[in-house]
Ligand binder design. Structure first.
Ligand SMILES: Nc1nc2c(ncn2[C@@H]2O[C@H](COP(=O)(O)OP(=O)(O)OP(=O)(O)O)[C@@H](O)[C@H]2O)c(=O)[nH]1
Ligand SMILES: [Mg+2]
Length: 560
């Protein structure tokens, strides 16, 4: 909860629904900032500020503003209600340029008047009702206007810009609005379009006075009141009370005083005004916010994204290189020694990509830079696949959301993509591809291969010795026969044949294990890329979904 509303709660001394609803609106404005239209979000924040300020000020005072067109008789009504002759009235228009304030009761509410921006020289004070003009307070307790702060506003329709700026400002701050209209101008578009219609959410804190009624023939009065009520109904203000008055001769003033006194006595106008403000802006926010219940990012969309990223990062190339590199290293380690050296002539496919074999960690930027230069840059097709996958993910999440949120999701989904290439490079280069490990059986096979070589060598040398002896016509000792073959021949042929055979068998086994290693590398690379996908796309999108949910819940609280 904000310190502002918290402060208001402490000062007002009650944790009621006003502060709960204000909390809701404040949270909604915070969560919707940058997502829903700025002017609405600003307005919500302004309402929260204003309400917090009003709640911190006197709750025992009710600010009632007399508003209306020039010449409608606001100042005359003000004078009639106060029983004083302080507000300038005149035939020359506009007459009132500064707001006048009159406070009833022992507490002059200086802070409230300060907040309303009414300077001391424009303030007057009524201690009690006892000195009201005859008729004005008739039939009621003399203290019934205690706590009233009555404002006489300038007109809203003259050419003086400063006047309607002042009216607009105070119309937002007053707890109760009394619109003083006259028979000539009660239908003016300026009044209805600019003020009354936008305030249709505030009908509980409004009153309309049809003044100058003495100038209308008595027989025409009911029809005129009905016409005014019809116009108000068109504005959405059907239940607003309409009084008739003649401020100049005091007609209708007791009824108006009564009406105001009732509101002041109930002390509900402050809260009603704030609730109307909160309700109005919260409802408009809710209209643009929508009522969707979006799900989280779907598993399938995330997988699709990881596939596209993996493709763009050259994972298939790297995985293939892992398989080839494993085969090459196995051939070197466990192949037939006579031919295994040949595989050394071909470069290691992984080293050609400047990738770590897994023993070292790619910590240095050098290695990353080298890798970036070597793993091929994504092609146009791969880029397009990434864009399609990102778009599919954000469309999926945004499908049910109202347009501003769908846009926010789309923006969030691409907001971190400029980092994609670097992030993918880092993910690939820092993944342990698991190629460096030399399995024990490779060493065993190697030992056996060398033993077989040794056997073949012994047989070969033996035969060579026999051949030399034969060449020199010397009698050679008879070679022992084994399985029908002379032993040296058996040793030579057997050593070579078994070596070649073992080499072939190993090659088949190595193919399988190379494929397994490639699959393992693929898994590890994809999990590193999954992290990239989460960080760059899923999390930003999810943050928007959370912001939407927070806004939705907060608006529900503001409108409860
Ligand atoms: N006949 C008649 N004249 C009125 C009535 N109320 C006010 N007047 C006169 O109308 C003129 C204008 O009245 P104001 O009270 O100055 O009007 P206002 O609404 O304050 O005007 P601005 O300050 O210019 O906005 C004055 O000459 C008043 O005497 C009324 O009920 N009947
Ligand atoms: Mg005036």
């Amino acid at each position: 909860m904000s310190t502002l509303v918290e402060g208001a709660k402490r000062l007002v001394g009650r944790a009621d629904d006003v502060t709960d609803r204000l909390d809701g609106l404040e949270e909604a404005a915070r969560a919707a900032r940058g997502r829903l239209p700025d002017d609405l979000v600003d307005e919500a924040a302004e309402v929260v500020d204003r309400a917090g300020a009003r709640l911190r000020l006197s709750g025992d005072h009710t600010v009632v503003a007399l508003a209306g067109a020039t010449g409608s008789g606001k100042s005359t009504t003000f004078n009639a209600l106060t029983g004083l002759d302080v507000a300038a009235t005149g035939v020359r228009r506009p007459t009132t340029s500064w707001t006048m304030a009159c406070t009833w009761g022992s507490d002059a509410a200086p802070e409230l008047l300060d907040w309303l921006g009414v300077p001391k020289r424009h303030q007057v004070r009524r201690e009690s009702m006892l000195d009201l003009p005859p008729g004005a307070g008739a039939g009621r307790s003399p203290a019934s206007l205690d706590g009233l702060v009555l404002l006489d506003l300038p007109d809203h329709d003259s050419t003086e810009v400063a006047h309607h700026v002042e009216v607009d400002r105070l119309v937002k701050l007053a707890d109760l609005l009394v619109w003083v209209v006259d028979p000539q101008k009660y239908a003016d578009a300026a009044l209805h379009e600019r003020y009354l219609r936008p305030l249709r959410t505030h009908r509980d804190i409004m009153l309309v006075v049809l003044n100058h009624i003495d100038e209308v023939a008595e027989s025409r009065r009911p029809a005129m009141v009905a016409d005014l009520e019809r116009l108000l109904a068109e504005d959405g203000l059907e239940k607003v009370p309409v009084l008739t008055a003649s401020a100049r001769d005091g007609q209708g003033i007791p009824e108006l005083t009564d009406s105001i006194a009732r509101q002041v006595g109930r002390k509900k106008a402050v809260k009603a005004r704030l609730m109307a403000d909160v309700g109005s802006v919260a409802r408009r926010l809710q209209d643009v916010n929508g009522d969707a219940r979006p799900g989280d990012v779907a598993r399938a969309r995330r997988t699709q994204l990881v596939d596209a990223f993996a493709d763009a990062a050259g994972v298939p190339t790297v995985v293939h290189a892992v398989e080839m590199s494993t085969r090459r290293r196995a051939a070197q380690a466990a192949g037939w020694p006579v031919t295994s050296w040949l595989s050394r002539l071909k470069p290691d496919p992984l080293r050609r990509l400047h990738l770590d074999l897994g023993g070292r960690r790619a910590g240095g930027t050098e290695l990353v830079a080298a890798a970036r230069a070597s793993v091929p840059e994504p092609t146009r097709v791969q880029r397009a696949r990434v864009d399609t996958a990102v778009r599919a993910l954000s469309d999926d999440v945004g499908a049910e959301l109202a347009p501003p949120w769908a846009d926010a999701v789309r923006r969030a989904s691409t907001s971190r993509l400029p980092d994609l290439n670097d992030a993918l490079d880092r993910a690939v280069t820092s993944t342990d591809l698991g190629v460096a490990r030399t399995p024990l059986w490779w060493r065993g096979v190697r030992l056996v291969q060398w033993l077989l070589m040794l056997v073949a060598l012994v047989g070969g040398l033996w035969l060579l010795g026999l051949a030399v002896l034969g060449y020199l016509q010397l009698s050679a000792p008879a070679s022992p026969d084994t399985y029908g073959l002379p032993l040296p021949t058996l040793l030579l042929l057997g050593g070579v044949a078994l070596g070649v055979l073992l080499g072939l068998v190993c090659k088949a086994v190595v193919r399988l294990s190379a494929r397994r290693r490639a699959r393992a590398a693929d898994r590890r690379l994809r999990s590193a890329i999954d992290e990239v996908a989460v960080r760059l796309v899923v999390e930003p999108v999810q943050a928007e979904v959370e912001a939407y949910r927070a806004t939705h819940a907060a608006l529900a609280a503001a409108l409860r």
